[in-house]
Design a protein. Structure first.
Length: 264
């Protein structure tokens, strides 16, 4: 028997070692991420008691934003934000493409002013995320299959947003699209924008494919670009035109995707 059939080549051994190193790194960093999130959640809960649960902006714009940035640094991810002017101080609906688990940490790291988030209700099974989510006023969305529950969730969110004047973030794709393309858009963001008559600010998140963990957590070091696009006015929008507005905004994201993918 030829010895080359028994002894692995050097390149094969190097690949196995590299995979093992990446697996070990992922395990260690995942544990560190959960530990850090737990510490911040406990600290936030303490601060909430001290402030009588009346400092939601501080919990979100300072403590949660710090957590997002710290987790990105821990994973070796550099966040580069491209914007011509600061985020608006007035009520705004933020939307973005959604390709990855990494998006959650990117979005909270931005420290969007006075902003609540729509987030999948299943995240509440992770106690630190549940605590943080409740304290910063997130809206936990039921799955698409529970349509009546989703309608009630959006109706409740609209009532709260009307009363508080807070901004809000939600993904029109609804789920992580890991194909490298822009997925179909749901109506929720555009229905909300039409009813509130507040501008939509699109965020295009460009995560290099080689570091994108998709639905997992195994993120490699690299740079993520976030492009803050011009606000889309919605004053005068009507519910009868919901489909055309949804299609128009999705076409904008297709243009963003083509533009920034071509520039990579």
């Amino acid at each position: 028997m030829n010895s080359s059939e028994i002894i692995p080549s050097a390149s094969t051994m190097d690949e196995k070692i590299l995979r093992l190193q990446r697996s070990c790194r992922a395990v260690v960093l995942s544990a560190a991420t959960l530990t850090l999130a737990s510490i911040v959640a406990a600290a936030m809960l303490f601060v909430a008691f001290v402030t009588l649960f009346r400092a939601r902006r501080f919990y979100q714009e300072v403590m949660t934003a710090w957590l997002g940035r710290a987790i990105l640094r821990m994973w070796g991810v550099r966040l580069k934000v491209h914007q011509d002017k600061p985020f608006p101080k007035t009520q705004t609906i933020y939307i973005s493409n959604h390709t990855s688990t990494l998006d959650v940490f990117i979005l909270i790291a931005l420290g969007l002013p006075d902003t609540r988030f729509f987030i999948w209700g299943g995240t509440r099974k992770w106690l630190p995320l549940a605590v943080i989510g409740y304290l910063i006023g997130n809206f936990f969305t039921p799955p698409q299959t529970r349509r009546s529950d989703r309608v009630r969730c959006f109706e409740r969110a609209e009532r709260i947003l009307r009363r508080t004047g807070d901004s809000v973030y939600l993904s029109p794709e609804g789920v992580r699209i890991t194909t490298g393309e822009i997925g179909p858009f749901n109506k929720g963001a555009f229905h909300l924008a039409t009813n509130l008559q507040v501008p939509i600010v699109p965020l295009y998140i460009a995560i290099p494919r080689e570091i994108d963990p998709g639905k997992g957590l195994v993120t490699l070091p690299g740079t993520v670009d976030v492009y803050v696009k011009p606000a889309i006015p919605t004053r005068g929008w009507r519910l009868e035109d919901l489909e055309s507005h949804r299609a128009m905004v999705r076409d904008l994201f297709l243009d963003f995707h083509s533009e920034h993918r071509g520039a990579d």
